[in-house]
Structure formats: structure tokens, C-alpha cells
Design a protein around this ligand. Sequence first.
Ligand code: KIV
Length: 270
Amino acid sequence: MSDSAAVPAKKHSGASLRDMKTDGTKITMLTAYDFPTAQFVEAAGVDMALVGDSLGNAVYGFRTTREVTMELMLPHVAAVRRGAPNTHVVADMPFRSFDTPELAVANARRFVGVGADSVKIEGALTDVVEALCDARIDVMGHVGLLPQTAKDFKARGRTQEEADAICADARALERAGCFCVVLEHMPLGLAHRITEELSVPTIGIGAGPHCDGQVLVIHDMLGFFFPGGRFQPPFVKRYAAIGEIAVEACRRYVEEVRSGVFPDLAHSTG
Ligand code: KIV
């Protein structure tokens, strides 16, 4: 592994993240779905690794995240825990896994059992959040665009009425006990307003620079998909082009096997 100085000395808790908000230190979160991506994220000193249900799209090629189940998520959470032992790991609760407070607590306990430090739920389900907090499970909220139930992927909160409703949802989630709230795809002014109104940190994705922290899907920011083969929301910044590098490497391998360049003696068993 590279720069171990970048690894947080201690896993973040709700309290340490709130301190970061108070200090004005930006919080970083990236998704991670497996052992190597978890190692990358921890080596880079990212504050939280989210095992997002976005793995349904990014890893499994499903059309929506609604196809993601608990059984699918659990081994990924366990792999991320192994790859990032010193990072706060958030497990995203899949569609239908938190339909009632009782079901949510039972499923969240399964995530904690394989190494999650907290869980995330989409929407302002305050009874579910309260039940999870009563069971001593930390919960991250998520408002704005909610991919599990969305019919389209446009920004949310563009009308005053919708903006007020999203703001009210975020406040309700804080009151119910969320340690942090994700703000997805909304005007930066609305994200700013919510960030000022909440005492817990906000983590934005497509919500502008005023949030207390940021999250991106790791496959999007690494360009880790077949070139041109994945829809990219306009707010995603590409930091690498892994897909292009991978296709080119595979092409060279094909050429070298066909031409007899590989394997040479150095890559053969004597
Ligand atoms: O599943 C996911 O990756 C998410 C982020 C977009 C916040 O929920």
C-alpha cells in the first residue's frame, strides 16, 4: 500500500464527523464495493467508504438499484471491511430491506455483523431511523434524488415547494437521530440552506460546494467502466480513465499471445 500517513488513525464516529463540520474540515466519502477498491479508498485517507446499492449499476450491470438485495450486499460489505479495516464503512440498505422498523433493525444488524459501522437509508422514514437509533445502530439519511424510488434522474428541489419539502425531510431525519445526511442532485443554493440549518454534516453528490462533505461513485470518478458505456451524471468529475487503460491492456495481451510474444521465458516455468 502507498502513503499510510493518509490513513485516518481512528475510524470516524458521528461525533468526530460533527467536529469536522464545526471546524470547517470537509468530509470525504467514496463508494467501495470490494476488497481492492476498499484498499484504494483507505490508502487515500477517505473518511468514509459507502458500500452503495449503486453497485447494482456499477458492478452488476442492472438497470436500477431496485434489483439489489440484502443477500447480494452482505458479501460486498464484508469484503470492504477486510480491505479498509481502519475506515468508517457505511452499508446502504437496499430497496424493500427497511419497509418496516422491525425489518430495518433486523437487516441492519446483519450488516453490522459483517463489519458495517453504520447504515444508510433513502427517504425521510423517521420511524425507521428512530428504531435503528434505539437499537444503537448509526444511520445516515439521504434526501433529494432517491434512486430506489425515482422515476427519472433529474435534479430535485427546483420549485420552492419541493425545496421546502426536502429541507423539512432533512430536518426530520436529523431530529430522528441521523448522524449525517446525503444530499443528492439538487441546486447548490438548496444544499447550502440545508447545510446551514442542520447541526449534523451534509454530504453532497451533485449538490454543489457548500455541503460539509462530498461523495462520488468510485467507478464514475475512476472511469472504471467500458468506454462510453455508462451514463455519467453532469456533476461527476473524472479523475482517471481506467476503462480505456483496461481495454488497451487486454488488446495488447491478445496481440502478444497471438504473435507469440507472451509468454516469454521470463513468464514461463523452468
Ligand atoms: O448507492 C450509492 O452509491 C449512493 C450514493 C450516490 C450516495 O447512495
